[in-house]
Design a protein around this ligand. Structure first.
Ligand SMILES: N[C@@H](CCC(=O)N[C@@H](CS)C(=O)NCC(=O)O)C(=O)O
Length: 197
């Protein structure tokens, strides 16, 4: 049985929970104590030297980083839908997964973290918001004329980008200027079996 190590406020863990839920994959959730900083304990660092969630344990095979977990779950359980093997389509999906690990993480994720926990990982609020607007502009540009990010259907591109875009208001970023993004958030949440936070 797959084990998923997670912490409730973590949007990166949420990404993996979304896909496991959409694909109805049985798994065991292991909740780490964020306040006790269990994710920085020697036991957890032995699993993920970055000291971060999510981490998956697949019968002893350890995967860390939400992107790696999404790739595994998509290919193992999702057939060719969520991450197609065709090279161009796979690359088109992965460019949005890269956006999630770059501008979305360094902008929307870290600005939210700063506002919620007064922990400023890579710059202040203003700098975080500036990077966030780059990400949101890229998303809006694509979603103006397309329902989904990478292909003409849902893929892990949508899941990877979703959590920290949805929580943009917690980073004091209004989404009103990004109407196509707002509609996409609603489309994602309307998918059958979309996981709750
Ligand atoms: N790029 C990583 C980022 C993981 C990450 O930032 N995890 C956060 C929770 S969302 C974490 O565990 N932070 C713990 C810490 O930095 O103390 C991923 O996509 O999984």
């Amino acid at each position: 049985m797959i084990k998923l190590y997670y912490m409730p406020p973590s949007g990166n863990s949420y990404k993996v929970r979304i896909l496991l839920s959409l694909l109805d994959v049985p798994h065991e959730k292991i909740l780490l104590d964020n306040v006790a900083r269990e994710h920085k304990s020697p036991k957890f660092l032995a699993l993920n030297p970055r000291g971060e969630v999510p981490v998956m344990d697949i019968d002893g095979v350890i995967l860390w980083d939400s992107a790696a977990c999404l790739v595994y779950v998509a290919r193992q359980f999702g057939g060719d839908i969520w991450l197609p093997a065709e090279p161009v389509q796979m690359a088109q999906v992965m460019q949005w997964v890269a956006l999630a690990g770059n501008e979305i993480q360094f902008g929307l994720q870290y600005a939210r973290r700063g506002m919620l926990h007064d922990r400023w990982t890579a710059g202040n609020l203003e700098q975080g918001q500036a990077i966030s607007h780059v990400a949101l502009g890229v998303l809006e540009g694509r979603l103006k004329n397309n329902d989904w990010l990478a292909l003409g259907r849902t893929t892990i591109a949508d899941i990877a980008c979703f959590p920290y875009v949805e929580t943009a208001p917690q980073a004091r970023i209004a989404l009103e200027d990004y109407p196509a993004v707002v509609k996409w958030i609603a489309r994602c949440k309307a998918l059958p079996r979309w996981a709750q936070r």
